[in-house]
Design a protein around this ligand. Structure first.
Ligand code: HEC
Length: 188
């Protein structure tokens, strides 16, 4: 998604640049092509989907930021409560309240808890994409009466401390996804 934004950014810059060039061509002859009447503007074809993607980006920053902060400040050895376990409890509470669903998922084929293996469908498809180097994957699903966004975001080994309890993360290349957060959220 990041690269998509970069492309839009480039396109917008190109449009803006073209506008300036047209504006400063007073000497152009009569046969010069007329300047476009309408200002170039990029319409958002699906504003609800854009809003939902933005919510996922916000949640992802908050959840991951908090997991790293807690691991950094509160987890000293393998006997301490892992941030991952604390957040699974939080995620269950968030789901129970009906906000959205979010799961901590393994990408190494060797999860500590078997229930954290990616599920058939968008999670497995997403993990495949993350292992191929992407940092985001999504699917939009139409359900009776509503649409939902399924999004999978990469978790790399962000700090050495992760290896304390996940020794096999030591084999991961820098930046490689070893896990993911998997979201299912209503598009509204
Ligand atoms: C104190 C030990 C500990 C530390 C430190 C730790 N984890 Fe975990 N992690 C666990 C445990 C235990 C689970 C299983 C939790 C459960 O499902 O109840 C887990 C689960 C996970 C999962 C889901 C897949 C699986 O193996 O079950 C991911 C992904 C993960 N941790 C990533 C990380 C990252 C990234 C870090 C560093 C920021 C980290 N962990 C630090 C203990 C730890």
């Amino acid at each position: 998604m990041k690269s998509q934004h970069r492309v839009w950014g480039l396109l917008l810059t190109a449009f803006a640049g073209a506008g300036v060039m047209l504006a400063v061509r007073p000497g152009a002859g009569d046969d010069a092509p007329a300047a476009p009447a309408k200002k170039a503007e990029v319409k958002d074809a699906d504003p609800a989907l854009s809003r939902t993607r933005k919510t996922v980006r916000m949640l992802d920053d908050i959840y991951k930021g908090a997991i790293v902060l807690i691991t950094d400040k509160y987890v000293r050895d393998e006997n301490d409560l892992p941030a991952g376990s604390a957040f699974k409890a939080l995620f269950a509470a968030v789901k129970k309240k009906g906000w959205h669903e979010v799961r901590l998922v393994d990408a190494t084929n060797d999860p500590i808890a078997p229930g954290n293996a990616p599920r058939e469908g968008f999670e497995k498809a997403g993990i495949q994409q993350l292992l191929a180097g992407k940092d985001y994957y999504e699917q939009v699903e139409t359900q009776p009466g509503k649409r939902v966004l399924h999004a999978v975001t990469a978790i790399p080994v962000v700090m050495k401390k992760c290896i304390l309890c996940h020794p096999h993360y030591a084999d991961a290349k820098p930046g490689q996804a070893i896990g993911a957060l998997s979201y299912t959220i209503d598009i509204e």
